[in-house]
Ligand binder design. Structure first.
Ligand SMILES: [Zn+2]
Length: 156
């Protein structure tokens, strides 16, 4: 059991997010060995437009718009840190939490596989994803803090 809890800012960001995804995040903060903050939950069209313009997002069809995605950023020494090593620890906790409560999850570190369908280490999944994209002559856009519910009838 970790010593971490979601702060008030994180809880605020979770407002409007799909209840299943909230359950996963709340279980993940109990399991994780790395503290994190919910940096982004639901977004407005305007917010998404700005992110796409800046190159911080690649799509106007983001799962954030429908409340089916969250961004979880490592919280280290009082600061948010976009660093891969702690991100992998959070990804592990999110996958364990999702599997425990039987919620399928996609992760921005490997967009083309369902994260909860594999038990490969997150760092290997990122490496393989980048290699697959390059092999297909494409750029790999990886977004380690991003987790989303897959598009399905269950999560429209
Ligand atoms: Zn995101």
């Amino acid at each position: 059991m970790s010593q971490y809890v979601l702060g008030s800012k994180s809880l605020k960001e979770l407002e409007g997010v799909n209840a299943s995804l909230i359950k996963v995040v709340k279980r993940a903060i109990e399991l994780t060995a790395q503290d994190f903050s919910v940096h982004d939950g639901i977004r407005t069209i305007e917010e998404q437009k700005k992110l796409v313009e800046r190159g911080a997002s690649k799509t106007m069809n983001s799962r954030h718009l429908s409340g089916n995605a969250v961004d979880l950023v490592p919280f280290i020494n009082g600061r948010l840190r976009w660093e891969w090593e702690p991100i992998y620890i959070i990804a592990d906790a999110m996958r364990s939490a999702a599997n425990e409560i039987d919620i399928p999850l996609r992760w921005g570190g490997c967009w083309d596989v369902t994260f909860t369908d594999t038990d490969a280490p997150p760092e290997d999944l990122v490496e393989d994803y980048v290699a697959r994209r390059r092999g297909a002559g494409k750029r790999a856009f990886i977004d380690g803090p991003h987790f989303e519910l897959p598009r399905s009838e269950r999560f429209p």
